[in-house]
Design a protein around this ligand. Structure first.
Ligand code: UD1
Length: 429
């Protein structure tokens, strides 16, 4: 099994360049099949979730070309099939964007029920409600959702919950529907806006993305385009917290500081210095203990749930009691047992975690339960003296491009051991 081995306690220093946003990329790549011509996407993060998306497209008959490191071209004119290969879709939650994209292209989609990070109950009722409102019908059989429509017709949908996934799927499904679709109580995350901007650059007519009412007037045709994906706010936030936790001095480049407002403001409250510039932020940690803070995760523009575990790692070594309230998912504290192995003092009651700060953690063997839980363990391992061995790193590699390389450039002592090397280490011990 692949592992990260971290010899912690080194202050991170230097510059890190942030990659394109995972959550935008996994929506934009399926959306590219709606164009009549080739789409060139720039700033695509090369991470496992993106590789799965590209494999799905290739398997379905699209022509996918790597133009250079982070630029790819997708030409979907040869896709004839509206069925996504089962195992590929199952391994990644965001494969559910093929529902909206295929429905829009073929009036039919057959995709497995989504997998991905286990953060508790993650229904797709709001996605299905929207497809139904647009005129589609569905059956769920043998783990597959089979959706079809004679014709998609513009409609009005009020989401019972603010959901990123259903908002994006609703945009995808309605972009070529007949007439006007109005989405109310829509999600406002930057990647929702990025998807709308991408589709508009293909000739779509979408207004209001970034607010809670999005209006989509269906168009007959979408054309190929060239588009650069926004920077990943969560990757940026993760390096910002890592800089703070190691009491380092890191410049996080290639970002949109506005997307990081909550992260910046919470870091400042703990006593971290964050200097903001047009396209980068400088994060300077301090040697004295950080101050305690409370965090409640909420839909955008609230504090992002995807940054909650990383902040928890930092707060384990703050002075006093911090309280984290998870406002989005049922089960997002699966990293807590692992941080406890490292000496953290955290108790959890339902959706609330109470963290009593300790002077320091100590390295330990731990397991990444999901993507951001894994990021929290990396931060904890970097911040503390001693060796931390993180297993199940495939979760982390789903969402962080070149994490080992980027951290090593900042002075971290982190190495990846592949399954074969890990076995040899095991035998040698
Ligand atoms: C997306 C992000 C994920 C982030 C999350 C919240 C992607 C690929 N993933 O996940 O990184 O943590 O937003 O910002 O962009 N819900 C329902 N019914 C539905 C859909 C959602 O009840 O039909 C609930 C969910 O269980 C959850 C809440 O709504 O409690 C928000 O979910 P949603 O915003 O849809 O999250 P994802 O799209 O899965």
């Amino acid at each position: 099994m692949d592992k990260f081995i971290i010899n912690g306690g080194k202050k991170l220093q230097g510059d890190v360049k942030i990659s394109g946003a995972k959550n935008a990329a996994v929506a934009i790549i399926p959306a590219a099949i709606l164009a009549d011509g080739p789409c060139v996407l720039e700033n695509v993060p090369i991470i496992n979730d993106v590789s799965i998306d590209l494999k799905i497209l290739s398997k379905m008959g699209a022509e996918v070309k790597i133009i250079n490191n982070n630029t790819i071209q997708i030409d979907a004119k040869h896709i004839k099939d509206s069925v996504v290969p089962y195992e590929m879709a199952r391994s990644m939650r965001a494969s559910y964007y093929f529902f909206g994209a295929l429905l829009s292209k073929f009036n039919h989609a057959k995709v497995s029920m989504p997998g991905g990070c286990d953060l508790g109950d993650r229904p797709i009722d709001q996605h299905l409600k929207c497809f139904k409102a647009l005129g589609a019908d569905y059956v769920i059989e043998h783990g597959l959702v089979d959706i079809s429509a004679k014709q998609l017709i513009g409609t009005q949908v009020y989401f019972d919950k603010v959901t990123v996934g259903a908002t994006i799927n609703a945009i995808l499904a309605s972009v070529k529907a007949d007439g006007l679709t109005i989405l109310e109580n829509a999600a406002k995350e930057p990647h929702v806006v990025d998807l709308a901007n991408f589709l508009n650059s293909m000739g779509a007519d979408i207004m209001g993305a970034g607010t809670d009412v999005i209006k989509i007037r269906g168009v007959n045709k979408l054309i190929g385009t060239r588009y650069s994906i926004i920077p990943d706010q969560i990757e940026a936030g993760t390096y910002m917290v890592a800089a703070a936790a190691t009491r380092g001095n890191v410049t996080v480049r290639g970002i949109i500081p506005k997307h990081l407002e909550h992260i910046t403001s919470k870091l400042r409250k703990t006593g971290v210095t964050v200097n903001e510039f047009d396209e980068f932020v400088q994060v300077i940690g301090k040697n004295e203990p950080y101050d305690r803070i409370n965090i409640q995760t909420l839909p955008h523009p609230g504090f992002p749930t995807d940054m909650q575990p990383q902040f928890a790692a930092l707060l384990t070594i703050a002075q006093g009691t911090s309280i984290i309230t998870e406002g989005i998912f049922d089960n997002r504290f699966k990293y807590v047992d692992e941080l406890r192995r490292m000496g953290a003092d955290i108790s959890v009651d339902g959706k609330v975690a109470v963290i009593e700060g300790v002077p320091k953690l100590s390295g330990a063997p731990v397991k990444a339960a999901d993507l951001r839980a894994g990021a929290a363990l990396v931060i904890a391992g970097l911040s503390t003296q001693g060796k931390t061995i993180i297993e199940d790193i495939h979760h982390i590699e789903r969402g962080y491009e070149d994490i080992v390389k980027k951290l090593r450039l900042l002075g971290a002592d982190i190495t990846k051991k592949t399954r074969y090397e890990s076995d040899s280490i095991g035998k040698a011990l």
